[in-house]
Design a protein around this ligand. Structure first.
Ligand code: AMP
Ligand code: MG
Length: 483
């Protein structure tokens, strides 16, 4: 038997999904396979990285023990509520218990139509599937909680997008696929009992310390808030823009999910937006904490009936709890940014000091990743400021003053900083090159880039060009979703 599935979602949450098998792919072949993750999941990598494995991980063959299903969920997309989304091109194959005893979902994306497909074809194509693979692995290596790819399988079928594109399926691993939108699906229908069932399932799976608590549902809200505060702070620390922070793309576990029109910023700008459909910059880089807060308010609304029987009291408790998010986030963000600057102590002026640097970087169009790495290695930081480098000089003087109260030696500081300031992030132009070659059938650039982003903190002279931003004069980077 290839998998030792347990199917708690199927077993405990009947009515929360539609049982469905994957579509048959004409000629499944493995494009990429994550040996390391397979080992974490106690899977037999050699047996799975095979034709049989490609058939299973494309959804063409249902393995023994699996209970495939499409999950129901709703969601606010760009602020507007869709009461029915759900897995329109995905299915949950089953759950695996990994080497550390954690339950993880094995989920296929692009495996064919489901009762939630609406007008969609249920398919996915090579470029976006490999993008999700690559960015997920990069985020994991950067220490950011994330879903991860177990495999990308080419289906051997053309899928119609702007033109014909080679089809593919992503086999994805997640702590779970519970989303804010999963709660919204049932709350919007007034199915209070099901919201409770879902909350109890989420607590047992992700926050078991709340089992038996006096106020488990406020506890759940608080736990998700804490996980999201940590997550978003980490995004902000690596310059990551998710691009579609809809409530259906926000997990209860606190993992990053659904890499569509996402990107890493190069020249620093708080307004950075890459998604072609985000016309108003709702999901811009610096807006992400506020959007997380907004999404959490939507989760809180779903839980109101469980928080207190008295509506006013429930609202009062939820409002007070939600008010903890921004301070919580700010504390996480400060910790992330202090570490990036090698500050081992906390002082009142630190927030202003960090903001001063970011503001000089914005004016100077300084590359986000390179600036922090140059600060780490005592490189020529000033040269990274294309405009008004005096802004950097001013900051530097203030920073030197701040360093006087730091107990660590410069060597210790640099060593700590080297563990949190990457040399390599998936540079947008490199990602695009790798994905277009892969779409043409050449996986070399993808494999090379994947190897680079899997060791982001380790400087290697032969990888120098991976650390460079796009050449000056390149067109602004644009990403697309729903593909
Ligand atoms: P996403 O933008 O990937 O987060 O997806 C939003 C919603 O659209 C989810 O319900 C997806 O299942 C659905 N969806 C996206 N692409 C397709 C497709 N090609 N076929 C069916 N449903 C899709
Ligand atoms: Mg999604």
């Amino acid at each position: 038997m290839l998998f030792n599935f347990d199917n708690s979602y199927a077993r405990e949450l009947e009515g929360f999904y539609a049982p469905i098998e994957g579509a048959n792919a004409p000629s499944p072949t493995m494009l990429a396979f994550n040996e390391e993750l397979a080992a974490d999941l106690r899977l037999n990598a050699r047996a799975l990285n095979s034709l049989e494995g490609a058939r299973i991980l494309s959804g063409s063959l249902t393995p023994e023990g699996a209970q495939p299903l499409a999950m129901a969920y709703a969601g606010h997309q760009f602020g507007g509520f869709s009461p029915q989304l759900g897995d329109g091109r995905a299915l949950l194959l089953g759950e695996l218990i990994d080497t550390s005893g954690q339950r993880r979902d094995l989920h296929l994306k692009g495996s064919g139509r489901t009762p939630f497909s609406r007008g969609g074809d249920g398919k996915a194509v090579v470029g976006p599937v490999l993008r999700e693979y690559l960015i997920g692995e990069a985020m994991h290596a950067l220490g950011v909680p994330t879903t991860r790819a177990l495999a990308a399988v080419a289906t051997g079928e053309d899928v119609l997008r702007e033109g014909p594109q080679p089809g593919a399926v992503l086999a994805r691993i997640a702590s779970s696929h519970l989303r804010v939108g999963t709660f919204q699906f049932f709350a919007a229908r007034g199915e209070e009992e099901r919201v409770k069932q879902l909350a109890d399932y989420a607590i047992a799976r992700h926050y078991p310390e709340l089992l038996g608590a006096q106020t488990p549902y406020v506890g759940l809200l608080r736990a998700v808030m804490a996980a999201q505060a940590k997550l978003i702070a980490k995004w902000m620390g690596v310059g990551f823009v998710h691009g579609v922070m809809n409530t259906d793309n926000m997990t209860i576990s606190g993992e990053t999910i659904d890499y569509g029109p996402c990107a890493f910023i190069d020249a620093y700008s708080p307004k950075a937006v890459f998604s072609s459909i985000d016309q108003f910059g709702r999901y811009a880089f610096a807006s992400q904490p506020a959007i997380a807060n907004w999404n959490l308010a939507r989760l809180a609304e779903c839980l109101l009936g469980l928080i207190d029987k008295d509506d006013d009291e429930a609202l009062r408790i939820a409002t007070n709890t939600l008010a903890e998010f921004m301070p919580l986030y700010e504390a996480e963000w400060l910790a992330v940014m202090r570490a990036k600057l090698g500050l081992s102590t906390a002082e009142n002026g630190d927030k202003a000091l960090i903001e001063k640097l970011l503001s000089a970087m914005h004016t100077g169009r300084a590359d986000f990743t390179q600036t922090f790495r140059a600060l780490t290695t005592d490189g020529d930081v000033r040269a990274l400021f294309a405009a008004e480098p005096e802004g950097y000089d001013n900051w530097r003087a203030a920073f030197e003053k701040r360093l006087r109260s730091e107990p660590l030696s410069p060597e210790q500081r640099a060593a700590n900083m080297a563990l949190v300031n990457p040399v390599y992030t998936p540079r947008n132009h490199m990602v695009e090159q790798a994905l277009s070659a892969a779409t043409e059938g050449n996986m070399e650039a993808f494999e090379a880039l994947l190897a680079v982003v899997k060791s982001p903190f380790e400087h290697k002279p032969e990888y120098a060009h991976y650390a460079e931003p796009a050449p000056a004069g390149s067109a602004p980077y644009r990403t697309f979703c729903g593909t």
